[in-house]
Design a protein. Structure first.
Length: 202
């Protein structure tokens, strides 16, 4: 909002209204709305790869030719060989070229297991987002192109997650797989809410 000095009243800029309201005019709760996560999704991709294949080192050039196009890294220099930790540390996308179609299926399964595409436990109406997989496309009669595997591994393409899901998943990874449902309620009236049960993921 900005102050309209002539009237001494607050007015809301039209652009701000469009950015914060839906078609119904209700304010959007961005914490539980779906967005393309981008590189913040890479810890999930790395975890899925480690759980499936173990830690490996890959060449990390300035880009990768895959699926009929050249996928460029942000960096203009070759970073040599890096493992998953190095890829996250140096923000290197080309290392995720290890993503093949079988890996894309395993990534989707692991992402859902960690908490993407599902409710977080918040006492709100949540957008579940979208975690695409080759089998999902096949079931809908759609073709899964090679480039899709790269896109989803770096949190792009059709991937949609909510900030609440992202907070929950990163917390689970940081706690070695202890998945704790989110909550907004500390107590109702004078009655303290009981902690929600957590699960230990493999």
């Amino acid at each position: 909002m900005f102050l309209t000095w002539a009237t001494g009243k607050y007015a809301v800029a039209p652009a701000a209204v469009l950015a914060t309201t839906g078609e119904s005019g209700a304010l959007l709760n961005r914490a539980v709305s779906g967005y393309t996560p981008g590189s913040v999704y890479k810890p999930t991709s790395t975890n899925a790869f480690l759980e499936t294949y173990g830690n490996h080192y890959f060449k990390c050039p300035t880009g990768l030719r895959y699926g009929g196009r050249f996928w460029r890294n942000w960096a203009k220099r070759d970073y040599g060989t890096l493992d998953g930790r190095g890829a996250i540390t140096y923000y290197q996308s080309s290392i995720f070229g290890a993503g093949t179609l079988p890996y894309a299926e395993k990534l989707a399964a692991r992402a859902r297991e960690l908490g993407f595409g599902t409710q977080t436990g918040l006492e709100l109406s949540e957008n579940l987002g979208l975690i695409p997989s080759p089998s999902d496309y096949q079931n809908k009669g759609l073709e899964w192109f090679n480039g899709f595997s790269l896109n989803v591994s770096i949190g792009q393409g059709d991937v949609l997650t909510t900030p609440a899901q992202m907070a929950s998943v990163l917390s689970t990874l940081a706690k070695d797989g202890r998945k704790q449902p989110l909550t907004l309620l500390r107590k109702v009236g004078t009655q303290l809410s009981k902690p929600k049960p957590w699960v230990q993921l493999p």
